[in-house]
Design a protein around this ligand. Structure first.
Ligand SMILES: *[C@@H]1O[C@H](CO)[C@@H](O)[C@H](O)[C@H]1NC(C)=O
Ligand SMILES: *[C@@H]1O[C@H](CO)[C@@H](O)[C@H](O)[C@H]1NC(C)=O
Ligand SMILES: *[C@@H]1O[C@H](CO)[C@@H](O)[C@H](O)[C@H]1NC(C)=O
Length: 418
């Protein structure tokens, strides 16, 4: 750091200050990368504060807060429901079950929770048939009216807007905000899915290397799609890859996402992963993919890859097939040439005709002769020969003379016998 400061102090040329700037950037980037993946909380009881920091209230789920309202008491069960309790019974003022019902507030209210789909009786028409509903404004700290200081918090104020809707103020000692999440960012196996990263947070299964979430040995390619909110997409930088152990798995990353192009919701960028097992292993290889985001916690997820056996380079196998193709091509061409050459030689020089002129035919016929000789095929041969002759004579009925083919056959070539 000191050397850097000295450089800053000295009257520096533009290039040296540029280098210093780069060095500082590198330091900042490496500091940003020291953090680990932001994992999706284990429940839907979490919220982002007004600076996009994750606040996880999972440990508060179901915690009851009671408000003594004389005849009717009001009870909030944190991230569960709101209900009134009186002698006539419980009335449900809504349940907390959907996402996006827990948001950051404004003014003295830090967070706002929505509770919907409570009891319908006499509230059928309110809020699009959602029945009784409640809104809980959460204040981190204590009530403005000085009610119930200390403890795990309490309900400060209850206001019934109607018999169907209630507003409450709840003061609690809030959880500390966590890492700054790059909201809206997704990573999935399809352009419109988010199996790996949802809303800037890594999902369980990809937050570290899991055996049961690993890719099989035979899977050589994986394509991942990334999306981000368009207005923030330029903050996304080039991914950083780490493979553990470092050798044994050949890993290649390509696609628009690999070069750090800006993904948007309408045009996702792609990360094409290509891997090949160079060494077999009992436990999966771990691929750590970190996508730095300017000003936010980096996106980080892990891909696990099984390697039950070594795999050939895809180039190697193609070369093998190519060699085989060329060799068989040469073989086909040369045997055709040999056949044609022999045929021409025999027809021209040895004055042979038709099938007799085919090269190798004498050898073949000799073989056939040996075989047919042992089977005493003379009679059959003669039958065939006469059949052939009669057929020929039927074709050319006026000519009584046997055709030339017939003559050559009776000359002793017997391959017609088989
Ligand atoms: C994953 O890679 C990032 C950046 O290269 C690094 O900071 C982080 O410690 C790695 N995580 C693990 C668990 O190896
Ligand atoms: C965010 O909320 C806190 C209180 O919860 C407030 O002090 C701060 O000014 C707010 N920041 C912005 C940017 O609204
Ligand atoms: C009680 O709630 C109402 C409506 O939500 C609000 O206007 C009022 O300031 C609250 N009173 C106190 C003392 O917090």
């Amino acid at each position: 750091m000191q050397s850097r400061r000295r450089r800053f102090d000295s009257p520096s040329s533009p290039s040296s200050s540029y280098r210093t700037f780069l060095a500082l950037l590198t330091v900042l980037a490496s500091q940003a990368l020291q953090a680990s993946a932001v994992v999706v909380p284990r429940s839907n009881c979490y919220v982002f504060d007004n600076t996009s920091r994750l606040v996880d209230f999972s440990s508060w789920i179901g915690h009851p807060f009671e408000y003594d309202g004389g005849e009717t008491d009001l009870v909030i069960r944190f991230c569960k429901d709101v209900e009134t309790r009186s002698q006539t019974g419980y009335v449900d003022f809504g349940r907390f079950d959907k996402y996006n019902n827990f948001v950051s507030g404004s003014g003295h209210v830090d967070y706002v929770q929505g509770f919907y789909n409570g009891d319908l009786a006499n509230c059928e028409t309110s809020y699009d048939k959602q029945g009784r509903t409640a809104q809980v404004n959460i204040i981190c700290g204590s009530c403005l009216n000085g009610r119930c200081k200390g403890g795990l918090g309490c309900i400060c104020n209850v206001t019934y807007e109607s018999t169907c809707r209630v507003f409450l103020e709840l003061a609690i000692p809030c959880e500390k905000p966590g890492p700054r999440v790059f909201k809206g960012f997704t990573v999935g196996f399809h352009p419109r899915s988010w199996e790996l990263v949802y809303d800037g947070m890594t999902r369980i299964g990809y937050e570290k290397s899991h055996h049961e979430f690993s890719f099989g040995t035979e899977q050589r390619h994986v394509t991942l799609y990334m999306t981000a909110i368009a207005s923030l997409s330029t903050l996304v930088q080039r991914p950083i890859i780490k493979v553990l152990p470092e050798s044994g798995l050949e890993f290649k990353l390509s696609g628009s996402g690999a070069t750090g192009s800006a993904p948007t919701t309408l045009s996702p960028t792609m990360l094409n992963v290509e891997w090949r097992c160079e060494r077999a292993r009992d436990t999966p290889y771990e691929v750590n993919i970190t996508i730095p985001v300017e000003g936010y916690e980096p996106i980080q997820f892990f891909l696990a890859k099984m390697c039950e056996h070594r795999q050939e380079k895809s180039g190697e196998s193609t070369t093998g097939w190519a060699t085989f193709g060329v060799l068989s091509c040469i073989f086909t061409v040369s045997s055709t040439l040999f056949c044609c050459g022999g045929f021409i030689y025999k027809t021209r020089v040895e004055q042979k005709r038709g099938i007799d002129a085919l090269p190798g035919m004498t050898i073949l016929s000799a073989c056939l002769e040996t075989v047919s000789d042992t089977r005493q095929s003379y009679t059959r041969h003669e039958d065939l020969n006469t059949a052939f002759a009669s057929e020929a004579s039927w074709e050319r009925s006026p000519s009584p003379a046997p055709p030339t083919k017939g003559t050559s056959k009776s000359n002793g070539s017997r391959y017609g016998a088989i």
